[in-house]
Write a protein that binds this ligand. Sequence first.
Ligand code: T4K
Length: 396
Amino acid sequence: MKKTSFAFFGATPSFEKPLPVGQLYFPSWERYSAAFEGIFKRQFYTNNGPLLDELEEKLQGFLEVKHAICVSNATFGLMMVADAMGLSGKVILPAFTFVASAHSLSWSGLEPVFCDVNLDTHQMDINQVAALIDEDVSAIMGVNLWGGACNPKALSELASSKGVQLYFDSAHAFGCTVDAVPVGNFGRAEVFSFHATKILNATEGGCISTNDDDLAARLRSIRPTYGKESPVTIARVANARMSEAQAAIALMSLEDFPANQKNNANLYRLYEEQLETIPGLKLIRPTGVSFSNSQYLVCQVNEREFGLSRDLLIDILKAENVIARRYFYPGLHRTIPYDSALPQYLDRLPNTDSLCTACIQLPIGALVLAEDIECICDILRRAQECAAMFRPRHEK
Ligand code: T4K
């Protein structure tokens, strides 16, 4: 293989335009403009409008929950839930997640307690969660990663046996089920992200699901507004409203969910077939669910077997216009402010540390075609075969 067959060494990139990891499923321009015409005719643009009402009702049906409360994004949803649940002291969550999970706690004056994750599933290690519960811990935030789930039933049993509250960051798990129960029904509340990179999208947005009437009333009053219901007494309000424009896109996205999920599942299978034959790359399949949204394509790079580090592989792909990402990097215990405020976690989370240097997200979603996967896997295969070519001279 010649150096000149890689864009990294100056060849023409395999893809003309950057191919991102985000889902980016959007409705056709015709559907989009028809929905927006309705908004403009009604002259009702935000604050509990008719499209938001319709969306919340449809989400309640889809998720089989009593309350779906849409918000401006999942980060705000998590902050609101921590407040509405009256949490205090410390909350246990994994360090291997997006920064928003922990920062939602910091905004509410809560201290994160970081637990490690399982090396094979990437989900939080429940035995470690159990060991970390003490009198200062008021809740567990389960994080359902990669279209999988972190064993919400076992976590529910643990939380009730220890008398702590439980809620979930389900930003990655919209449309997934656990033993045929839709994710959204576990713990006191669950929070979904409707960011453009997610399978259900409102450009920006999110939703809190709960079967707890009191909690729902508090959340609606924090958002604001409380809509058709009466406000309840709460200590502080926020503005996490979802506009009609966001609700319109989310409604179309919800309608398209079955087709988009199916498309993702097909793309996933193509990756699965091809990646199997590349030494040093391990596909992480969503675990803990009976149905996955197939929202992420996550691999672990074994540097020794593959011959290249994860970061060098990302640079090689980037040169080809494949914008793979290293979610999550670094572990939250190594980010500001936790690295200096909570140094006790720096040498306690070996699995998180190891995954943070090995994980790679590959593109899957609306912009990815079957032939793109052939091409991406071909780049990966050739990179592995020619690994020595990329390594700095002193390493060869
Ligand atoms: N909990 C967890 C476990 C999460 O993963 C997240 C968010 C949250 C909570 C909080 O949810 P939100 O508050 O965001 O609703 C992204 C997303 O911003 C974030 O939603 C997501 N998780 C996180 C894992 O990734 P970035 O900054 O890496 O994504 P971004 O915007 O750079 O997009 C990824 C790629 O897609 C880029 O290559 C560019 C491309 N792209 C993106 C957008 C938005 C486009 O081509 N067009 C676009 O419109 O954070």
